[in-house]
Design a protein around this ligand. Structure first.
Ligand code: ATP
Length: 248
């Protein structure tokens, strides 16, 4: 569905800051309806790679291409191929807006009528398993887990083919995190979308991701199906990550 070919991203240094190669010749393929986990420690280049895929940044080299063979069901609402949800929902939500306005922002930016958008908002909240009573609340009146579901509902408003989830469960309690992973599994099925799940925590991906790529210093160390990588890791780095996680 989406091919990342030999993609690199260099940031030029300025003043005391050194030049950095945040992403170094990365290649990967995201398939339709697949959950792909991108694992790496802080600073390994995961977020930069996500921003390149989303189009928030331009690669210094390589290419990112969508297969043009994807046929999606006809929608009566605006759509976009890709949507992203970040770790901290507060950064992407206007605290003075009600939940219904937050969720429908992408639709309204695409000139979808407000009244119809509000009707969709209730449907979207149900998709992320939140009650309709939240529609008139402000973000400060919602829990962290609820806000992350609201951010997902907003992303779903555009029926994306690919949802990029950048550390979206990292700030949540383990039980809330497990519920969120279950929700993402269900949404992958019901929405027929792919998910690029970015995390520094290897222990979250068993039974969740289909494929995994392990990233270090901007480069992919190892990639393959999740079960094989977790049970028969080849790279010393993956082995060390597994040892350090609560997985073993
Ligand atoms: N806009 C930028 N300008 C300069 N350097 C950058 C920029 N964005 C990222 N970097 C550098 O690129 C490297 C990779 O950063 P990135 O945020 O992609 O890593 P990460 O794996 O997502 O880490 P984290 O989980 O902590 O966000 C780091 O050394 C970072 O300092």
């Amino acid at each position: 569905m989406l091919r990342v070919d030999n993609v690199s991203k260099h940031f030029a240094g300025s003043g005391k800051e050194q030049a950095v190669t945040a992403v170094n010749q990365v290649s990967l393929t995201l398939r339709h309806n697949e959950i792909f986990a991108l694992i790496g420690e802080s600073g390994s280049g995961k977020s930069t790679l996500a921003e390149l895929i989303v189009g928030l940044q331009q690669p210094s080299g390589g290419s990112i291409t969508w297969a043009d063979t994807i046929v999606r069901p006809k929608q009566d609402r605006p759509t976009s191929r890709i949507q992203v949800v970040f770790q901290n929902p507060d950064r992407s939500m206007n605290p003075y807006w009600r939940v219904k306005d937050i969720i429908t922002e992408p639709l309204r930016l695409s000139r979808y009528p407000k009244k119809q958008a509000y009707a969709v908002a209730e449907e979207l909240l149900a998709k992320v398993k939140l009650p309709a009573e939240l529609l008139d609340r402000y973000p400060a009146e919602c829990s962290g887990g609820q806000k992350q579901r609201i951010a997902i509902a907003r992303a779903l408003s555009m029926s994306p083919l690919l949802l990029v989830a950048d550390e979206i469960t990292s700030a949540l309690d383990p039980s809330i995190e497990a519920e969120m992973l279950q929700l993402l599994l269900a949404l992958r099925q019901s929405e027929g979308m792919s998910i690029l799940y970015i995390t520094h925590r290897l222990e979250t991906i068993a039974g969740f991701a289909d494929q995994v790529a392990v990233m270090k210093d901007g480069a992919i160390q190892e990639a393959g199906d999740t079960k094989t990588i977790l049970t028969e890791p080849k790279s010393e780095y993956t082995k060390a990550l597994l040892k350090a996680s609560s997985f073993e």
